[in-house]
Design a protein around this ligand. Structure first.
Ligand code: ATP
Length: 370
């Protein structure tokens, strides 16, 4: 049984700036397809990651994120297409480079620590080609950097989940890899631990400067850590861009749903606009036909009753900084989700209110664009 995190250890990471720097490498995927029997895990994926760039690979479970990491690490070979390191093909039969020769560090989702090796020995394991003394010193430096110097001789079963994650991180960064790949590094951690581990991990990544890919299904993680987000769906990349680009200009309803709760209303585009019980909304780029109007909760504003849309508060949930509200609006067959900053004199369930809808928090997508 892993023990729980003692004292406030999770706050105690090593001194920033002591991890040493890597020489970042460019990483590329060129038309990569990966099949497992009848399953196509990756379907013609192309992506270039610049040296030192931090990319978040975001997507639902089973969309192929882990498979892409495993191909980059060399623990799997693609069915077709190429993996490129510094522009060099490292995945094709004639030029395949073994995982240990790639200069790529991998932090597995389950940490994959060797149970029969101590923390120090686990971290030393990645340091092939080092002399004994140098390997020990390098391992201990990495262990200290993640704040576990006093647990260097402990075994994995004696560590909490958060500590095991840090050992896995120390093991991956100790050889100063040019590329660092992390599979759901924060998903097994509880919330308070998660924020600290995420911040400290990011400080460490920036310190070593390695080209990094972080796999996550959590958009907040992706938005917090990445220079660029790569959104995947069923083995394909559906959009890449900064967090702000993906949030503001989602390429599809699927992408929009990833970053925000939405009220979705089926409608029809005619002459560049949709006409709904909530009013008319522009859809200038869409052809006439069936569409979905997607409204973010923050689009809804409370206004004095009168010349505005009348609504009734169906439910109100206090979430601390905001109230999550569901509103009934005449002509809509489902409630409209809204979020209002919490106030002492907030609305109450059953209250009739006036609302207004901010256009830039409203999106229209063609039907089937998911
Ligand atoms: P998760 O977040 O759940 O780890 P993921 O996005 O990382 O998911 P992958 O693990 O890459 O997804 O899996 C993509 C698809 O390929 C899934 O349908 C999975 O079941 C399948 N798959 C992955 N590895 C294998 C394998 N070795 N043999 C058979 N199918 C596999």
């Amino acid at each position: 049984m892993a023990r729980t995190e003692s004292k406030m250890r999770w706050l105690d990471w090593g001194r920033r700036g002591t991890a040493g720097a890597a020489i970042p490498m460019a990483l590329g995927f060129d038309g990569v397809t990966q099949r497992f029997g009848a399953v196509t895990a990756l379907d013609n994926v192309s992506l270039s990651v610049a040296p030192g760039e931090i990319v978040a690979l975001l997507g639902h479970s089973g969309c192929g994120k882990t498979t892409l990491l495993r191909l980059a690490a060399g623990v799997e070979r693609p069915s077709s297409g190429r993996v490129l390191l510094e522009g060099r093909d490292v995945s094709s039969p004639g030029s395949f480079v073994e995982p240990e020769a790639r200069g790529v560090g991998l932090v597995f989702q389950d940490y994959a620590l060797f149970p029969h090796l101590s923390v120090r020995e686990n971290v030393r394991f990645g340091l092939r080609g080092y002399g004994n003394a140098e390997a020990d010193a390098t391992a201990l430096r990495a262990i200290a950097r993640v704040g576990l110097a006093d647990l260097a001789e402990a075994y994995p079963h004696m560590l909490s989940g958060g500590e095991q994650q840090r050992v896995a991180l120390a093991r991956a960064v100790a050889p100063r890899p040019g590329v660092l790949l992390m599979d759901e590094p924060f998903s097994n951690l509880d919330r308070r631990l998660r924020d600290v581990v995420r911040d400290e991990t990011m400080a460490l990544l920036q310190e070593i400067g390695a080209t990094s890919i972080i796999v996550t299904h959590d958009p907040e993680d992706a938005m917090r850590v990445a220079d660029r987000i790569v959104l995947m769906q069923q083995g394909r990349i559906v959009q890449t861009g900064t967090a702000e680009e993906l949030y503001r200009r989602p390429a599809s309803l699927f992408a929009a749903r990833f970053f925000c709760d939405l009220t979705e209303i089926e409608t029809v585009v005619r002459d560049g606009e949709v006409d709904t019980p909530l009013g008319r909304f522009p859809a200038p780029d869409l052809p006439d036909g069936a569409a979905v109007l997607a409204i973010r909760p923050q689009a809804i504003r409370l206004v004095p009753k009168g010349f505005c849309l009348p609504a009734r508060v169906v439910t109100r949930r206090f979430l601390g900084e905001v109230d999550h509200i569901e509103l009934a609006v005449g002509g809509l067959d489902k409630p409209l989700m809204a979020r209002f900053p919490t106030r002492r004199d907030s609305v109450v369930e059953g209250e009739d209110v006036g609302i207004d809808i901010t256009m830039d928090e409203v999106l229209v997508f063609p039907v089937g664009d998911t």
